[in-house]
Design a protein around this ligand. Structure first.
Ligand code: SF4
Ligand code: SF4
Length: 463
């Protein structure tokens, strides 16, 4: 299975607007009147399955994608196919009914702001605060001719696109080739959807960022910087004060795994998805470096890949979660006291507490036997959500931590020494499903059989 970052499907060339700065103007002209058929969608899905490709993010685009007459049935097909982890759309917001009708399929919809859609954008943002992002950033004009000294491009996009049966090397390739009078069907820029398109472009990767088209592309940050004087203020931006903007909480999720006699990884991944996380980085300890070494290296990798994430969720491969856990954490964690002193939040808890749902535990208090031991060792590193600041501090301090201890012991001792709080949720929002199953290559933990939360609310319940 090849897992690729993104893919754009140009489903129509039509648009309800005709913006003077439109970066897809040539493409829109070429695809004027075009409507991608459901047969084309099915064929694309079939090809992805044949080639073993899965995308992190798949995006119908245009033109204006809500003008696509097959939008809803196609989204149904794409969702059911499993070829993409998330569906995403950018729209000019001029057709709010189509957005309402299809929002359930999307992970996120970005609505560009114009003077005439401020009310609709505000209404959408209020109704779907988790899904609608209103975009009022400035537009820039595509240069009219290639700029000198901007290649190789500072782009690195790993993002192909489909238009009328051909797959293009990136979403800008077709439009920019047409602007420059190049042949967009040339093999550096495109191939048939019936070709082995992921590998076709992988083979050409080194030459990809020195294409003449890259010298006009706004995705090339070198071009973007040079275009500083050509900003067109976002239409409607000055009218947008009334639109609610919720800061999206961002996550990076890692899962540590090792060979087991009875694998539970797939069940954990399915449960994570139901809990609200679709993108997961898997850290497989086939080399038997040990649970702690794998865990801390995995966390370091997450930080490296997503340095600005608000939270880092590190899970093991034998845990299931309640439905909608992500939403619950996003609603409750920012309200807990002393966020700057939080080491971690554990939705999994083997003890039952009375009263408030989130409880802080500290080693000195000794009031939580079974969860925190003298010296700070914790119990149960099945799933820890670490705030960004704490995760980075832990990585910086890790050299002082001895390697023979378990993950929970290490982190508990570190939290205790650095005066950080450890939070558990009761009732438990996660359950251990690997009890009593040996992890091959890892030392069997004699306490494992007892490590089940007796008040887990269940996989099909919301907190
Ligand atoms: S709304 Fe978007 S696609 Fe349509 S003309 Fe404007 S920039 Fe181009
Ligand atoms: S810089 Fe080049 S490779 Fe990157 S998006 Fe633009 S045209 Fe495509």
């Amino acid at each position: 299975m090849i897992r690729l970052a993104r893919f754009t499907m140009f489903v129509t060339g039509d648009c309800t607007l005709n913006c003077p700065y439109c970066s897809q103007a040539r493409l829109r002209r070429r695809l004027a009147g075009y409507q991608m058929s459901l047969a084309e969608v099915r064929h694309f899905i079939h090809r992805c399955r044949q080639l073993g490709v899965r995308y992190k993010r798949l995006q119908p685009s245009g033109g204006e994608p809500t003008l696509w007459k097959h939008l809803e049935p196609a989204l149904k097909l794409l969702e059911a196919s499993g070829i993409a982890e998330r569906l995403y759309m950018v729209t000019n917001g001029t057709r709010p009914k189509e957005i309402h009708d299809t929002i359930k399929y999307f992970h996120q919809v970005r609505v560009s702001l114009y003077p005439h859609n401020v009310e609709q954008a505000a209404d959408l943002a209020r109704r779907y605060p988790d899904k609608i992002e209103v975009w009022d950033d400035a537009h820039r004009r595509v240069p009219s001719k290639p700029l000198v000294g901007v290649l190789p491009s500072d782009c690195g996009c790993d993002w192909h696109s489909l238009a009328a049966g051909r797959v293009y090397s990136c979403p800008q390739a077709l439009d920019l080739a047409l602007r420059l009078g190049l042949d967009p069907d040339g093999e550096d820029l495109s191939c048939s959807v019936d070709d082995d398109f992921p590998r076709h472009f992988q083979r050409r990767q080194p030459s990809r960022y020195v294409q003449p088209i890259c010298a006009m592309c706004l995705a090339n940050r070198n071009v973007w910087d040079r275009q500083a004087g050509s900003r067109t203020p976002a239409a409607g931006a000055e009218l947008s004060e009334s639109i609610p903007r919720r800061k999206r909480i961002t996550w990076a999720v890692g899962l540590t795994t090792a060979p087991r006699s009875r694998p539970t990884l797939h069940r954990t991944l399915a449960s994570l998805r139901q809990a609200g996380w679709r993108e997961v980085e898997i850290f497989d300890d086939r080399l038997k470096t040990g649970a702690w070494a794998n865990w801390i290296a995995g966390l370091g990798r997450l930080i490296q890949d997503s340095p600005a994430a608000d939270y880092y969720l590190m899970c093991q491969d034998d845990v299931v979660f309640c439905r909608g856990l992500r939403r619950h954490l996003e609603a409750t964690l920012p309200k807990l006291p002393r966020p700057e002193k939080a080491a971690l939040y554990s939705p999994y808890c083997i003890r039952r507490f009375k009263g408030k749902r989130w409880h802080v535990v500290r080693a000195e208090a000794g009031r939580r036997p079974g969860l925190v031991h003298p010296g700070g060792s914790l119990t149960g590193a099945l799933c820890y959500a670490l705030p960004g600041r704490a995760a980075k501090a832990l990585i910086a301090d890790r050299s002082g931590l001895k390697t023979e201890k378990n993950v929970d012991a290490h982190i508990g001792i570190w939290a205790h020494k650095t005066g950080r709080d450890v939070w558990y949720h009761s009732p438990s929002l996660a359950q251990h499903i690997g009890c009593g199953i040996s992890t091959l290559g890892h030392r069997e933990d004699p306490d494992k059989a007892n490590r089940r939360a007796d008040d887990f609310i269940g996989e099909d319940r919301q907190p």
